[in-house]
Structure formats: structure tokens, C-alpha cells
Design a protein around this ligand. Sequence first.
Ligand code: GLU
Length: 306
Amino acid sequence: MTDDARPYRGRFAPSPTGPLHFGSLVAAVASYAQALANAGEWLVRIEDIDPPREMPGAAEAIIDSLRAHGFEFDPPEYQSSRLAVYDRVIEDLVAAGAAYPCSCSRKVLLKTARPGHAGLIYPGTCRNGADTRRRPAAAVRLRTDAAVITFQDRLQGPQSCAIGAEIGDFLLRRGDGLVAYQTAVAVDDAAQGITEVVRGTDLLDATFMQLQLLTILGRPHPEYAHFPVVTGPDGRKLAKQSGATAIDNKNNKNNILRALSFLLQQPPATLKTASLSDIWAWTAENWDFSPLCGLLSQSEKSIMVQ
Ligand code: GLU
């Protein structure tokens, strides 16, 4: 259901859990370069829907870093300003029988659910009505079925998932009452007319849930391109929450060149003394995703910076 007739629109959607680090800069560069190469638009969306995980001032720090690195964008949308929209979507899905309230605690789930692609596979306990005698049903789950969700990832090739069996009825609203990431992302990718989602392979499995939701909501599916995530010395993905160091805005040109090298773009050595706008002009002209095909993760250390 990809709607190729829409004008290209990409996005960078950071959660403000910490300042911009090298891994998130790579996500910003990949999505921005892809939008430049397609003469499209690029939006920044602040995904501030999980206050317990957020760091005060992080959203502003991320935006400042992006501007300091020469990214051009309109004032970002904050998901925290759209909570009523997500609630409405969830309530409509419940009213239509496509989703249902769930009162199961994490403790119960740990005992009854088996592990799947994206966390525990819900055993269906509340499908026919939640037992609210001991616990209110604050969570809401999407009713999945035997559908097989498929998509062609621009970098990772054909993807397929029997969503009911492999992921199960996933959360639209969490037990703590907060909107689930999948709901907010799918609703906003649709509302903002995003035609291509460029992000790290850590979110490859999340795509099945987002596509399922977009299908149920009757909205077009964007294209997807999942590039290799940056791993730290421990082999794990660099993450703001695990204290990945903030990038230094004063090294802006070098940071962009490092990110381009990580994305296997081979920027010429002459760009080291060029201006930021020359670096972006070179990127718009030369951006090529193909060397990243099939690569799931890589360490920055393994990349030769010219
Ligand atoms: N907000 C998510 C993150 O910072 C990314 C969401 C997305 O790109 O879909 O990990």
C-alpha cells in the first residue's frame, strides 16, 4: 500500500533521553541525506512520550546540535502535544473491537507469556474482557490475527512476520497509562505524510507493528530503510540512556564526515577543509545507500576515516 505519488518526506524522530551522540547523529545524517538526494522535505519530531526515561533539556540540546551541524528544518513537532490525538485513536480502535483493555501485570506476564520477536508474546488473557477486580485495565492491546506482514526494506531486503504468532497482541497504551511508542510513531508518520522512514536496524521488528497499525487505520505505508546501528566497544548499540558521549558541536564538520564514513560514503579528503555547506552539497550530490545493503550493525572503530 505504498503511495509513491506523494512528495518525498523523511524524518528524524529522537526520544529526548539524552543529548545527540554519534549513533543518533548517524540516524540524522542518513535520513537527511536521503531526503536531500530525493529533493524532499525532512522533519524533526521530538518523541517525548516517556517522561520517566527523559532528561530535562535534552530536546533543546538535540535541536541545537542539529542546527550546529548544518541541518535545516522547520520547528519540530513534539509528541507530548499530541497525547489527545493518540488517546482518540486508541479509544476508536477499542470501540471498533480492533483493540481491547488489558489488566495483566508484568509479573503475571513473565509467568504466562513466551518470548517473541519484540518482547513477550501476550497469551491473550484479556482478549474477551479484562478482569479488573484486582487491577484496573490501564493498558490497551491491538488484537492481532493470522496476517503475515511483509515489506521490502531498502537496505535489509524482504521482511516478513506472522504478527499474531511471532509478536502477538502488542501494547497501544502501556500499563502505566502512557501511550506506547508504536502507536505514536504510526499515527504521526501517517499524519505527517512521511513517505520514507530511515532509521537503525534496532527498529526493524517494530516496523511490523507500525505497518499493522497503519493498515488498520487505513493509512498509506511509508518505505523503510534500516541502516546498521553504531555499536560501542562492548558490541552493543550506542544509546543515550547508557551514557553514550554527547557529540561536540565545535567539531561539527568532522562529526558529519565521520558519520558519512560510517555510512560507507567515502567523502573525499578535500572535504576536511571545506565548509559545512560544501559538505552537505557533496552529500546531496553523492549520497548512495547501496554499500549499506544487508549490514545490520558495525563498530565505528572498523571504519576507515580518510
Ligand atoms: N524515537 C525513537 C528513538 O529515539 C526512534 C523512532 C523512529 O525512528 O521510529 O529511538
